[in-house]
Design a protein around this ligand. Structure first.
Ligand code: JHZ
Length: 417
C-alpha cells in the first residue's frame, strides 16, 4: 500500500503519560494505520495517506493503558475535522439530562459559570444557556465552534491547556462546574490538562468528566475504539491516581452505557469519596485491571474477532451477497483497517453526518453516503461500524430491515442479527 514515513509529525513516547514511569508493557499492536477521522477527499483517493503506529502499552506503576505514539494535534484536528456531537438524538437527550441534573444539584444561576472542554457544537452547554446560566465553551475545531456561537454558546476556539486555564480564571473567573466529555484521552499533555481543570475550578466546584471505560473495552473487545486521537484508555484506578496527583478527588462515579461503556467521574478539590468510587475501585482490583497479566490474552481475542468477522464477510461475498456498512465513525476506520476491509468488500458506508458525505473512509477508501442509499441500493447486509448506536440505527432503518435487509454487528462477537 501507500505507506509514508512522516516521523516529524509524531513522537514515540518512552514514559507513561500520567506518572512518567519508563516501564511500559506492550499489550496490543494494531500496526500502522491512517488517522481515523481524516476522511479522504474523492479527488485525493489515489494519493498516499499519512499512517502512524498504533501500539497499546500498560503502565504497571499507575495502571494507565495508553498508546505510545503522539500525533501532532494540528494533524489530528484539522479544519475539516468531521465529528459533530449533535448528530445523535440519544447523545443530545443524555447531555440535556446531565446539564439539568448539575444545574439543580449545584443550584446554578445567572451568577454561576459552567465551562465545557471540547464543547464541540454547543450540544451540552446550550441547555445551560437556556436557563440563563453563563457558559464558556472551549474547542479547537472551527466548524463545530462556529455552530456553537450561532446558537448562543460563547466559545473560545482553541486548545485547553494549563496556561489557558490560568487566563480563563483571571478573565472569566473560576467555574462552578467544568464538563469534559470524551476529551481527556485526546489531550497530549494529560497532567497539564488535569492541572488546568484544577486551576479553572472554584474550591467548591466540581469537574464532571466522561470517558470510555477500559473494563468494557477489554471485556467486549471494543478494540476499534483505539485510534490515534485516543492517547489513553482509562480505568477508574488510573484516573484516581492521575487526579489525586493534581489535588482533585474523584468522589463519585457513574457508569454509563454510551460509547460501549463509559465513566462519568465527579472530581472535587476536597476529598469525600463515596461508595460508587470505592466499589468500582475494588471491582477493578478484583478483576486485575491494575496488572499487566489482565491483558495477556487481549491481543489474541482481538485477532480472533477479526478472523471471525472476515470469515463471515468473505463467506457472504463468496455467495454473491452485497454488503454496505453503517457509521463512518472513527472506530469504523480502526475496524476496517485492522481487518483489511476495503471498497472491494463494502460498497459504501452510510452516515447521517452530511460533512462526511462524498468523502472516503481512511485506508479502506470506501465512499460515504447518506443513509437513504440503503433504501436505494438495498444491499443484502449492512456491517454496523457504529455498533454503539445499534438501537437508534435499527429504529431509523426499520424499512430496510422490514424489506429483508440484515445487520452484521462486529463487537463483541461478530454475528448477523
Ligand atoms: P460515534 C466519537 O468517535 C468521536 P466515533 C470521538 N473520536 C470520540 O472520542 C468518541 O466518539 C468517544 C453516525 N450516526 O459517535 C454519526 C449515523 O449516521 O459512535 C457518526 O459518524 N446515524 C471524538 O466517531 C457515527 O455514526 C445515527 O443514527 O467512533 C457514530 O460515531 C447515529 C446515532 C450516528 O463515534
Amino acid at each position: 500500500m501507500h505507506l509514508q514515513q512522516h516521523k516529524d509529525l509524531s513522537v514515540t513516547e518512552t514514559a507513561c503519560r500520567s506518572c512518567g514511569s519508563s516501564t511500559l508493557v506492550p499489550i496490543l499492536n494494531l500496526g500502522r494505520t491512517p488517522l481515523a477521522d481524516r476522511l479522504v477527499r474523492a479527488e485525493k483517493a489515489s494519493e498516499p495517506e499519512l499512517t502512524f503506529p498504533l501500539n497499546v502499552v500498560f503502565c504497571p506503576e499507575c495502571a494507565l493503558v495508553q498508546i505510545d505514539e503522539t500525533v501532532a494535534p494540528e494533524i489530528l484536528y484539522t479544519d475539516d475535522y468531521p465529528y459533530y456531537s449533535s448528530i445523535s438524538p440519544d447523545l443530545l437527550a443524555r447531555s440535556r439530562e446531565n446539564a439539568l441534573a448539575r444545574a439543580a444539584e449545584r443550584g446554578l444561576d445567572s451568577s454561576s459559570l459552567v465551562i465545557e472542554l471540547a464543547s464541540n457544537d454547543g450540544y451540552l452547554l446550550k441547555n445551560y444557556v437556556e436557563q440563563g446560566i453563563p457558559v464558556l465553551g472551549i474547542d479547537p475545531a472551527q466548524g463545530p465552534a462556529a455552530d456553537a456561537e450561532k446558537i448562543g454558546v460563547r466559545t473560545l476556539c482553541t486548545f485547553f491547556t494549563e496556561q489557558l486555564a490560568q487566563e480563563i480564571a483571571e478573565q472569566y473567573g473560576q467555574a462552578d462546574v467544568i464538563h469534559g466529555n470524551n476529551v481527556l484521552a485526546h489531550v497530549k499533555d494529560t497532567n497539564g490538562f488535569v492541572e488546568g481543570i484544577r486551576k479553572a475550578l472554584k474550591p467548591d466546584g466540581v469537574a464532571v468528566i466522561e470517558m470510555p471505560h477500559l473494563l468494557p473495552l477489554v471485556e467486549h473487545i471494543e478494540f476499534d475504539t483505539i485510534y490515534h486521537e485516543h492517547h489513553c484508555y482509562f480505568s477508574l484506578t488510573a484516573l484516581d491516581n492521575l487526579f489525586r496527583r493534581h489535588g482533585l478527588f474523584i468522589n463519585r462515579v457513574e457508569q454509563l452505557s454510551i460509547h460501549g461503556g463509559s465513566l462519568r467521574i465527579f472530581a472535587e478539590p476536597t476529598e469525600n469519596v463515596g461508595p460508587s468510587v470505592t466499589e468500582l475501585l475494588a471491582l477493578e482490583r478484583e478483576v486485575g485491571l491494575d496488572s499487566a497479566e489482565y491483558f495477556r490474552e487481549f491481543a489474541q481475542r482481538v485477532d480472533a474477532l477479526r478472523d471471525k468477522l472476515m470469515a463471515l464477510l468473505n463467506g457472504l461475498k463468496a455467495e454473491g451477497k452485497s454488503i454496505a456498512a453503517y457509521g463512518a465513525a472513527a472506530k469504523g476506520a480502526t475496524m476496517i483497517n485492522y481487518c483489511g476491509i476495503d471498497h472491494e468488500m463494502i460498497d459504501f458506508v452510510a452516515d447521517l453526518n452530511v460533512n462526511k458525505h462524498g468523502r472516503l473512509m481512511p485506508g479502506g477508501k470506501i465512499p460515504i453516503r447518506s443513509p437513504e442509499a440503503l433504501l436505494e441500493e438495498r444491499p443484502d447486509y449492512v456491517l454496523i461500524l457504529a455498533w454503539n448506536f445499534i438501537d437508534e440505527i435499527a429504529a431509523q432503518q426499520a424499512e430496510y430491515l422490514a424489506g429483508g435487509g440484515k445487520f452484521i454487528v462486529p463487537v463483541p462477537d461478530p454475528k448477523v442479527l
